[in-house]
Design a protein around this ligand. Sequence first.
Ligand code: KMH
Ligand code: ZN
Length: 309
Amino acid sequence: MTDRRVLCSCAITGGMSVPGQSKAIPVTPQEIVDSAVDAHEAGAAIVHIHVREPETGRPTSDLGLFKEVLGGIAERCDVIVQPTSGGGVGMSIDERARVVSECRPEMATFNCGSINFGIFQVSHRPEMAQWETEYLESTRDYVFRNTFADIYRLSEIFREAGTKPEYEVYDVGHLYNLRHLADQGLVDTPLHLQFVLGVLGGNAATLQQLLHMHGTAVSLFGADSFTWSAAGVGYPAEFHLAATSIMLGGHIRVGLEDNLRVAPDRRAGSNAELVEKAMTLAGLLDREPADAAGARELLGLDRATHPAG
Ligand code: KMH
Ligand code: ZN
């Protein structure tokens, strides 16, 4: 490994979860901004952002809330602010993509294929509001839609906005979808891949599947054509995949969007706590955190062209 820097992304609040799952999940714009700044101070170079209705905590694609959060974070620190174009249950692709075309962030997520995305097995707690249990249950019959028409159009939207996609791949076939986009001239290299493993409906969060997907990506794109990161959904998957990625020279994603625990018997009190544990792992395995400037260098980003974050 020639470059010891590891890029840590923190997924702050999420869209495929409900706030009743953990008191630590930030909900209001102010809570999301504060949590993102704290995660950056703990070592995250990227913060991955969804927004929620402040009154209820329900995931939304409201542009005003996105602007408030993106602007609020950019005012306080130089972390790479990466909004979602994945959104949450019930949002159309147009609604999901609007944050990219309107806010023109330097980076945003780009989901490479459709999958079943089940969160109905999450424990239903008595304190959850009715909409929360309904939201979880509705995913028994939910397809996270990213058709070829959708991803062709998203590719154009990202290019027009000058936004670097982080390509989210949940299963091996998504890598072949991305290869197809590249063959159509819709992908700029070097590309950045996020292996998201452990979603019910996608591939499993096992070391074998991470290695298989990484190997497939190497064969499809060439090892020098991409940077990559791993996001394990759930505990201990989040940290097992982080450790593997750290050892293999990849990058990492942690955060309350993906996992709520820091230990088998201890829930995370904050996103910063999850980042701190990941940074401890990195240090033990001889990697060092990339700061925001280092992360921009690794990803080929130019903040000057995206002043709003
Ligand atoms: N919720 C994660 C499993 C996105 O926001 O575009 C995937 C994700 C996708 O973060
Ligand atoms: Zn997300």
